[in-house]
Design a protein around this ligand. Structure first.
Ligand code: GDP
Length: 424
């Protein structure tokens, strides 16, 4: 059977605006709940004279998952005809931010929930900032509890206008605003008769409409060079360039380019470790290649194909970082930077904004990045280095910062500043 496509989405919103209800609805309406679960929770509520809540359903599921140990309690799964979804719903947690900002886990899209009756809250804005910080480009806003405002188009339009303006201000272009009632199921899995004035997609149509990341194998070729082994064959000095392919495929005869040195050659042979040479190799394989011409390259360079999209080469980049260092990240101090197999010294040159992960407070005036802060910054290396943008390549788009032999921060690269590729 073909492997099912998986997509991670984040759901955020002010407490009580209906996140759990949206998730419960999505699980129920896509038949993703264990058999009898919904009836069991409804029956439990009836017996205990409590009104049914989707949040109870989620609690019951999480208890069960927690007993299964392996499943992270903050995750929920549901399926559509198109793919499997993993919902991550713990944006307030430090662990969540850490995983997302260090690139350990990535979400392709975000749903932002706003209560139609209460309107936009400070937290709605904070969550918008987080989504922006995580570099998530696909965002849909669910205007929930439309039943409580009589499915009034004007209420919806006002929230849409106000929140669009706010989101645009923080570089988010929401793909859609969807009027829903999570509790009653309006516009979740099927179009609601209560909103004849709304012509956009349902929540499920919206999710299936988001584009997913490419699989490693389908992406352009990347191999961070781990080492170069020299050996002598028939009196000739030869070299094997070794590394693990992080994405794409490579064949004998392919023209390759090494960055940041911009040196070019052609693949003469592909050697495996303890396996016979082969004509082709792909993502996740550890290989060694010999080249047709003798070029001098260094460990830490990225090997790519000449005819594919290249990484950026620059000594400056804009990134989001999650700081866990004992001492704060400060400007102009020398740190060590690791991207793939590359090592360089690095300096923080500019702080654009900081969010304190525990409080989710946004602070644009702080002059240093403290433990558990998430910050958007510009870093500079003494010489140009090669890297990718996180939304294109995961492994060569994330980095680690070392302070005094300790890992002090992890981050994702958002943009190359002063890219060199075009100037050559
Ligand atoms: P969360 O804190 O964001 O996860 O919010 P919940 O999903 O727990 O919802 C908070 C409350 O709002 C609960 O009592 C829900 O039943 C209620 N609620 C959620 N969605 C709707 C809706 O569409 N209509 C109405 N009337 N109530 C809703």
């Amino acid at each position: 059977m073909a492997e099912r496509e998986q997509m991670n989405i984040v759901i955020v919103g002010h407490v009580d605006h209906g996140k759990s209800t949206v998730i419960g609805r999505l699980l129920a309406d896509t038949d993703s709940l264990p058999e009898g679960k919904l009836e069991f929770v409804k029956e439990y509520c009836r017996k205990n004279f409590k009104p049914f809540e989707y949040a109870f359903l989620l609690d019951a599921l999480k208890d069960e998952q927690a007993q299964g140990i392996t499943i992270d309690a903050a995750r929920c799964f549901f399926k559509t005809g198109k793919r499997d979804y993993i919902i991550i719903d713990a944006p307030g947690h430090i662990e969540f931010l850490k995983n997302m900002v260090t690139g350990a886990s990535r979400a392709e899209a975000a749903l932002l929930v706003i209560d139609a009756k209460e309107g936009i809250q400070e937290n709605s804005k904070r969550h918008g900032h987080i989504v922006s910080m995580l570099g998530i480009k696909q965002v849909a806003v669910l205007v929930n509890k439309m039943d409580m405002v009589g499915f009034n188009k004007e209420v919806f339009d006002t929230i849409k206008a106000q929140f669009t303006e706010f989101l645009n201000g923080i570089k988010i272009r929401p793909v859609n605003f969807i009027p829903i009632s999570a509790f009653h199921g309006d516009n979740i899995a099927s179009k609601s008769g209560n909103t004849p004035w709304y012509e956009g997609p349902t929540v499920l149509e919206q999710l299936d409409g988001f584009s997913n990341k490419k699989k490693n194998a389908e992406q352009d070729f990347r191999m961070p060079v781990q080492d170069i082994y020299k050996f002598t064959e028939k009196g000739d000095d030869r070299r094997i360039v070794a590394g693990t392919i992080t994405s794409g495929t490579i064949r004998e005869g392919d023209e390759v380019l090494f960055l940041p040195s911009f040196k070019k050659s052609e693949i003469a042979s592909i050697e495996g470790f303890n396996v016979p040479p082969r004509k082709e190799a792909g993502a996740d394989e550890a290989i060694g290649v010999t080249l047709k011409t003798q070029i001098y390259i260094k460990p830490g360079e990225i090997m790519v194909k000449v005819n594919e999209q290249h990484p950026n080469v620059s000594s400056k980049f804009r990134a989001n970082i999650f700081w866990v260092g004992k001492s704060p990240l400060v400007k102009n101090k020398k740190y060590k930077l690791k991207i793939g197999t590359m090592r360089s010294s690095v300096k923080l040159v500019e702080i654009i904004s900081i969010i304190d992960a525990a409080q989710i407070n946004i602070d644009t005036f702080k002059d240093q990045v403290e433990r558990h802060d998430v910050a958007e910054c510009i870093f500079e290396t003494p010489k140009p280095i090669a890297f990718d943008i996180i939304s294109n390549f995961e492994q060569t788009g994330r980095f680690v910062i070392v302070d005094n032999y300790d890992i002090a921060g992890g981050g994702i690269i958002l943009e190359s500043v002063d890219d060199q590729e075009n100037s050559l």
